[in-house]
Design a protein around this ligand. Structure first.
Ligand code: SF4
Ligand code: SF4
Ligand code: F3S
Length: 382
């Protein structure tokens, strides 16, 4: 093991390989407050990549309802238990992880602590869907109880981690992280189906194909990314919750990059289970209606600050964040930089060319109740 710097932990940690950052790192931010669990992302991915034999149970993108939904069954609870005591401490204005990562908690002779899900655990992709944390009482609407009753939707895919457990664990070095964009891929020629990657990935996003006997995973739709086009699951998001692009490390922040702006400048978007130690590159704006005791374990100690910032967005006090969120899924193309004026949010590609412009406030048109030109009465439709 060598020491690498994991900025999400606020400290160095042990990893099997030297720290080697790609030229750019693909990343995304999901606004959980807007996810409606329509599963369009899930089906977009499924119909694009996993319709073959042995892929029946593969959901490279899935959306699970928290707190009870999980695919494969109990994936997060099992790894949290294997990890033991976790906790964060303040050092100046920095949050530093005080527990062990999955690499530091590895048993002797292994590279990460993990487990191999049984076949039955992969059998129920929609387990717990739409269940609330507690049963609803008679005559109670779930929105009424000042959020004593809650749930939220968590869209998940491979995090194309900066320190991937799948890469660390494979004895054949069959998984690699691309230097040009940080996308993590399984080399289908080299893989021999050892499944150490499946065991080690705490997010359970490497999946074994029982027909081909090799493992597969989300490819971040690299053929699209190479053309400057966003991945399928990001492009067809009905709720427009997804900001997709690249992320920099905190020493190289570009405030004109929408992802850097959300993560580093405004700290409104947080990683999923940062304590696992993989530096995952899919980030989440946490749900604002859920007790933070729960979400802090899932997204780390920045949850309260992120929620405060999100409330300011809703109050109209953060026009730049609002602008970025308005640009979500407004174009098929990858946005590298953004600008917000008093009226518009504008997205630019890597060359600095404007590729999309959306109004910050959409116009409202009210039809007249009486249409004199046709002499008809209409119901008003906004
Ligand atoms: Fe590998 Fe899992 Fe990280 Fe994806 S989420 S890069 S499969 S460790
Ligand atoms: Fe599927 Fe592409 Fe989304 Fe990965 S990035 S989950 S391969 S649609
Ligand atoms: Fe390696 Fe996983 Fe294949 S451990 S050999 S990539 S199944």
């Amino acid at each position: 093991m060598v020491k690498v710097n994991n900025w999400q932990l606020g400290r160095d940690m042990d990893y099997i390989y030297e720290e080697s950052r790609p030229q750019r790192q693909m990343a995304a931010v999901f606004d959980i407050n807007k996810c409606i669990a329509c599963q369009t992302c899930t089906m977009g991915c499924k119909t694009t990549w996993t319709v073959g034999k042995g892929q029946e149970y593969m959901w490279w993108n899935n959306v699970e309802t928290k707190p009870w939904g999980n695919y494969p069954m109990a994936w997060d609870i099992k790894t949290l238990e294997l990890l033991g005591t976790q906790g964060w401490q303040k050092e100046g204005d920095k949050n530093v992880y005080a527990g062990k990562t999955i690499f530091e908690a590895a048993p002797p002779g292994e590279r990460a602590v993990g487990y191999l899900p049984k076949d039955i655990e992969w059998a129920y992709p929609n387990r717990g869907e739409d269940e609330t944390n507690e049963p609803l009482q008679e005559n109670m609407h779930w929105m009424d109880a000042v959020h004593a009753i809650w749930n939220y939707y968590l869209p998940r895919l491979c995090n194309h981690c900066s320190f991937p457990a799948c890469v660390a664990a494979c004895p054949r070095k069959a998984i690699y992280k691309r230097s040009e964009d940080g996308i993590v891929l399984v080399d289908q020629q080299r893989c021999r189906g050892y499944r150490e990657c499946v065991k080690a990935c705490p997010y359970k996003k490497t999946m074994y194909n029982h027909v081909t006997r090799i493992s597969e995973k989300c490819i971040f739709c690299y053929p699209a990314v190479e053309q400057g086009i966003a991945p399928r699951c990001m492009r067809n998001c009905i709720g427009k919750i997804r900001t997709v692009g690249t992320v920099n490390t905190p020493d190289k922040i570009d405030p004109e990059n929408p992802i850097d702006f959300l993560i580093h400048v405004k700290k409104i978007a947080l990683p999923l289970y940062p304590q696992y130690g993989l530096e995952p590159n899919i980030y989440y704006i946490p749900p604002i209606h859920v007790p933070t005791k729960f979400t802090r374990q899932m997204f780390g100690p920045g949850v309260d600050e992120a929620i405060e910032t999100y409330r300011r967005v809703r109050a109209g006090d953060e026009p730049e964040i609002k602008g970025i969120l308005m640009l979500n899924v407004s174009t098929d193309r990858l946005i590298s930089k953004f600008k917000v004026t008093s009226k518009d949010a504008i997205g630019y590609n890597a060359d600095g060319t404007e590729i999309v412009r959306v109004a910050l406030k959409e116009p409202t048109i009210i039809r007249e109740y009486y249409d004199a030109s046709r002499d008809v009465f209409r119901h008003n439709i906004n």
